[in-house]
Design a binder for this molecule. Sequence first.
Ligand code: NAD
Length: 300
Amino acid sequence: MARIAFIGLGHMGGGMAPNLAKAGHEVRAFDLSEEALSKACEQGCGRAGSTEEAVKDAEVVITMLPAAKHVLDVYRRQVFGNAPANALLIDCSTIDVASARTIEEEASAKGYEMVDAPVSGGIAAAAGGTLAFMVGGSDEGFAKAKPFIDPMAKAVIHAGGPGAGQAAKICNNMILGATMAVTCEGFVLAQKLGLDPQVFFDISSQASGQSWSMTSYCPVPGVGPKTPADNNYEGGFAAALMLKDLKLADEAAKSVGAYTPMGGEAEELYQRFVDRGGGNKDFSGIIKMIDDSWTVPDQH
Ligand code: NAD
């Protein structure tokens, strides 16, 4: 069992860190939000007063932060130099490939082993320990990180070298954003053509229009398994974070000259949804904007 510092206890980290504690690790948690930190401590994590305190003597450091600027800042100012030289560093945040490679190079120059390990699966999977992890880093880094990732995961896949986990994550989420948008369009069109949404679901979920967005995360309330659609699009994966990932995919595509027009369309749609006040809604809530007869979500 290891001493693990866990930094960032929001929607995702707040579910993940307690699973490491349940697995028997000594988790020292820190978040700038007192509320988030207290929740994690109620579920078996130890309280640290700062990131520096959490990482001191840690064998493993795990971060789950909003975006690249937080990750770069936390590692450069608080983790490097404070965590022991043999600590293994695992960043689970979704950030751009270039920043992931930069921070991993900086870590390596200071003698640390570091991997990027972004996740897929959402809040329920974070709490349930059933996330899919895509890991970028050396073979050795992956082998070292896997046993610590396992209690939070249903699948842990080595995507390739440094940044490869982030590359896989943004390609996956570009597919997800475009697929969700077109699934919403399909349901809205079906309804306007006189089809019952449940009947359309029964057909398309067994036909070639089937996708995860339809069968696991249906954007129509009361159809398919329970999803954020059944909770007025609250909780789940915020549209603002989906927009962030689509922008990351767009930047990545430009950096290598890849043609991704569907990803671009999805980015434009999610930008419009966020501009209209949907940023805190679950990303499936974009169906409300696609169906002009539905109400646009309230601003939070
Ligand atoms: P969140 O905003 O709920 O949590 C981030 C936490 O980091 C917050 O509690 C915040 O207080 C804390 N934080 C920020 N700066 C900090 C600092 N300097 N020191 C300590 N704590 C700090 O975000 P989330 O939904 O948990 O997402 C985290 C990451 O996971 C993001 O990169 C996101 O894109 C990715 N992700 C989210 C989901 C999802 O469904 N929410 C799914 C897959 C991946």
